[in-house]
Design a protein around this ligand. Structure first.
Ligand code: PLP
Length: 457
């Protein structure tokens, strides 16, 4: 029998949502009205929305069915116990604390365990993780391996944390490190995976210095798939089995269920420490809700419980990772510089390399995002000097990289949508010399990329 090479979407479509087509002039006007910040556009003015893969996925019919099972009892809801069981089976953690999304889990954790002057190491902190540490007057320190900072270098696990640097930090300043984090996959570093070997090494270091080890687990299933594909000795294991080992190497996790929970909202904080869990639950009640719903409806808890099962299915992960890789291959073949190899949930275009005539503090990432929107109605997001350039003292510094992330929502777009996106990126690349930078007209001091207003130069 001849094997088939086409990797098809492992679902058929039961319900559709129309997208709106606009003219180039309409898009230029919409961007102007949005002060040249695509976060301020109306969603209806976007044709293909690759702003984020967070909460934008399509739920399965089984998840929609599960919604009807939602038990909205305030305390002790049946849906909570189902959710708790699903999370515990996967992670093995003793305490499962639901939150309305990932950053709520981060805020509760860091507010509970981080003091002013502390340092929290991570491979790369995501923006909300960093902000929730800095707001406690602590430092969020990125210790990704050197190869993770070289966009064009092809290596299997560019999300790994530099274990020597971690060891040195703990040897020198261990007293000011309340916990060690690793983000899987490494979103801010190109959606690159972390190997099991690296997680095991972090575990050993944390044991040596008696430090808790937490995963930022938003994309744990995609990370598990990469481990299965790329790490010696892992090919015959199921993604679920690998994911279970990843969690069992850690003492806790923060999780946004809007990614690999395959849900539109939700998250959780989970851990083994009784002492920390008690403190976190107290804060949860103050700001999120009672510990058996944590800011979520019973039906959300049902959707997440089911999503956590579907996300580790092999046909899903195979299609998911391949569709991202497919977009990466197409644009790279046309000479567009991207972070190599393609990440799990997104393609990251190296805007600094693509637009060398735009200085980092003229925001090449914003320039490229805006050009892509006007060209084709495709919305991406800058991950660069606007997102990370503002220093805690108010000064500005170019970020390590200026990237444009095209994040692919889960189970939403078909191959022809992806073909269209590739065509749009290539069209923009062909007229790159005409693209100009921006200046910031106004911006808040924290998480400025969401609401900053820009002016073209
Ligand atoms: C790695 C990582 N951590 C944390 C978060 C925050 O999760 P949420 O958006 O649910 O607050 C995100 C969201 O994109 C993320 O990618």
């Amino acid at each position: 029998m001849r094997p088939f090479h086409t990797i098809i979407e492992p679902f058929r479509i039961k319900s559709v949502e129309a997208v709106k087509f606009t003219t180039r002039a309409e898009r230029a006007a919409a961007l102007e009205a949005a002060r040249h910040n695509v976060f301020l556009l109306k969603g209806d003015d976007v044709l293909i929305d690759l702003l984020t893969d967070s909460g934008t996925g399509a739920m399965s019919s089984a998840q929609w069915g599960a919604l009807m099972q939602g038990d909205e009892t305030y305390a002790g809801s049946r849906s909570f116990y189902r959710f708790e069981q699903a999370v515990r089976d996967l992670t093995g953690f003793a305490h499962i604390i639901p939150t309305h999304q990932g950053r709520a889990a981060e805020r509760i954790l860091f507010h509970t365990v981080v003091k002013p002057g502390d340092v929290v190491p991570n491979n790369n902190h995501f923006d909300t993780t960093r902000a929730n540490i800095e707001v406690e007057d602590a430092e969020a320190r990125d210790l990704v391996v050197a190869e993770g900072r070289q966009p064009s270098l092809v290596r299997p696990f560019k999300g790994n944390i530099d274990v020597d640097a971690l060891d040195q930090l703990l040897a020198r300043d261990g007293a000011s490190v309340p916990l060690v984090m690793v983000t899987v996959t490494n979103n801010s570093g190109g959606g690159q995976p972390v190997s099991l070997a690296n997680l095991r090494a972090v575990r050993a270091i944390c044991d040596r210095y008696r430090k808790p080890f937490f995963l930022d687990a938003c994309r744990f299933a995609e990370n598990a798939w990469f481990i299965k594909q790329r790490e010696d000795g892992q090919h015959d294991r199921s993604p679920r089995d690998i994911a279970r080992e990843m969690f069992r190497l850690a003492d806790g996790c923060t999780m946004s269920a809007k990614k690999d929970g395959l849900a539109n909202i939700g998250g959780f904080l989970a851990m083994n420490s009784d002492e920390w869990a008690e403190k976190c639950r107290t804060l949860l009640i103050l700001t999120e809700g009672f510990p058996t719903y944590g800011g979520l409806a019973g039906y959300d808890l049902e959707a997440i419980a089911r999503g956590l099962e579907e996300v580790v299915e092999e046909p899903y992960l195979k299609y998911r990772i391949r569709s991202t890789e497919y977009l990466g291959e197409k644009v790279a073949a046309a000479g567009v510089p991207i972070i190599q190899p393609p990440g799990g949930h997104a393609i990251y275009i190296d805007a600094r390399a693509m637009l060398p005539h735009v200085a980092p503090l003229e925001y090449p990432g914003i320039a490229l995002v805006n050009a892509l929107y006007v060209e084709a109605g495709v919305r991406g997001v800058e991950i660069g000097s606007v997102m990370f350039g503002l220093q805690p003292d108010g000064s500005e510094k170019a970020a390590a990289m200026d990237l444009v992330r095209l994040a692919i929502p889960r189970r939403v777009y078909t191959q022809s949508h992806i073909d269209y996106v590739a065509e749009a990126v290539i069209a923009v690349a062909e007229r790159r010399d005409a693209i100009r930078g921006y200046r910031i007209r106004s911006a808040p001091r924290v998480l400025r990329h969401f609401t900053a207003e820009f002016e073209p130069l």
